[in-house]
Design a protein around this ligand. Structure first.
Ligand code: THU
Length: 140
């Protein structure tokens, strides 16, 4: 991915993080999903008084895109930190890794922003041996 797109994606994740609704944990997360047409789908964490009802930023972004009929993606950027202060990388939780694997291939790049820049990991590094019932790529 070119540097301009990388910056656009990471900036979109930061923008989304500022919209996090996290009155319980105060941990703000933003995600930005780049689709195959170059559009960006943003998501933030949305907490709930019934804690397990919380949705993570990554799944918010995937929900926004898939609900709009978009299922082909080329990268995701994720940032997060206490009260939106970005320090170390914020890696996706196990459920979000599994949800990403539903729509994205093993070599899918996951950009993790931190205070000094970003790290890129392949989805297979975050979730090796992912569970799948599909034998072929999702197209429909
Ligand atoms: N969170 C995310 O949004 N994404 C992750 O992958 C890790 C956790 C959120 C959920 C909750 O609102 C807060 O971070 C603290 O767990």
């Amino acid at each position: 991915m070119d540097k301009t797109t990388e910056k656009r994606l990471l900036d979109a994740a930061i923008e989304a993080m500022h919209r996090a609704y996290a009155p319980y944990s105060h941990f703000h997360v933003g995600a930005a999903l780049l689709d195959a047409d170059g559009r960006i789908w943003q998501g933030c964490n949305i907490e709930n008084a019934s804690y397990p009802a919380t949705i993570c930023a990554e799944r918010s972004a995937i929900s926004a895109a898939v609900s709009a009929g978009v299922r082909k993606f080329s990268a995701i950027a994720i940032v997060g930190g206490p009260n939106g202060e970005i320090g170390d990388i914020c890696t996706p939780c196990g459920i979000c890794r599994q949800v990403l694997c539903e729509f994205c291939p093993p070599d899918f790049p996951v950009y993790l922003g931190h205070s000094q820049g970003h790290t890129v990991l392949a989805l297979r590094e975050l979730l090796p041996y992912a569970f799948s019932l599909l034998e072929t790529e999702v197209t429909s």
